[in-house]
Design a protein around this ligand. Structure first.
Ligand SMILES: C[S@@+](CC[C@H](N)C(=O)[O-])C[C@H]1O[C@@H](n2cnc3c(N)ncnc32)[C@H](O)[C@@H]1O
Ligand SMILES: [Mg+2]
Length: 222
């Protein structure tokens, strides 16, 4: 199995089940043109997020890590007209690119991109009482994954879903490595989820156009 094969199969799947449209294509193109790294979710992963949100009947979505708003668009497309998505982004330049992409996708009425370190903006969300969120997508600085899961749980209700991206890290997650903060943060997140009785979770490995990684899905049960 090679990256070329994973990419070809992702192309096959995406062409049929998650085809790009003008807003999605432009969001990626403008993100790249603005110098953002090409680390958005793959199209078929974006479609998975969209389907999860739609299946939940999500009305209130939280995203941690916006980048150029590509996953934001997939998630927000599952919302009803009076739904709401708040996306938290540290980098003001990324947030500006995302806001433009989201507006072009016609989603600026339901999406708000908040700038700042998520560990600063999450307590503000709690203070404002904007939760509970039906779905939280965590895809920011991996070292803080345990904190983000704790916050997502705090801002959830029974039945909410928490999805954490990039939890396999080319297999590195299986081996403790104090020199890799992303691995350390992700392993601490797994330990937290495993011992948290209010979460019922699984994680799967994935291959595709974005390489070898994986995602965790946790349901809030109480
Ligand atoms: C992997 S990218 C997000 C990709 C996006 N979810 C997508 O799939 O289209 C991670 C983003 O998290 C942001 N980020 C990093 N540290 C952060 C923090 N402490 N608080 C909020 N956002 C952060 C980065 O600036 C970057 O834009
Ligand atoms: Mg990711």
């Amino acid at each position: 199995m090679t990256q070329d094969q994973w990419t070809a199969v992702d192309g096959y799947l995406t062409d049929r089940l998650a085809p790009a449209d003008e807003a999605l294509t432009a969001a990626l193109a403008d993100s790249t043109a603005a110098g953002l790294p090409e680390i958005a979710v793959a199209p078929n992963q974006g479609k998975l997020l969209n389907l999860l949100a739609a299946t939940l009947g999500a009305r209130n979505i939280l995203e941690i890590g916006t980048l150029g708003g590509y996953s934001t668009i997939w998630l927000a497309r599952a919302l009803p007209a009076d739904g709401r998505l708040i996306s938290l982004e540290y980098n003001p330049g990324n947030a500006d690119v995302a806001r433009a992409n989201i507006a072009r996708a016609g989603l600026d009425k339901v999406v708000e991109v908040r700038t700042g370190a998520a560990l600063d903006t999450l307590p503000q969300l709690e203070a404002e009482g904007v939760g509970p969120f039906d779905l939280t997508f965590i895809d920011a600085d991996k070292v803080n994954n345990p904190h983000y899961v704790s916050w997502a749980l705090k801002l959830s209700r029974p039945g909410s879903l928490i999805v954490v991206d990039n939890v396999v890290r080319e297999g590195k997650v299986a081996t403790a490595n104090p020199d890799d903060p992303a691995v350390t943060g992700t392993r601490e997140m797994f330990d937290l989820v495993a011992r948290e009785p209010r979460l019922d979770a699984t994680a799967v490995q994935t291959v595709g156009v974005k390489g070898y990684d994986g995602l965790l899905i946790a349901r809030v049960v109480a």
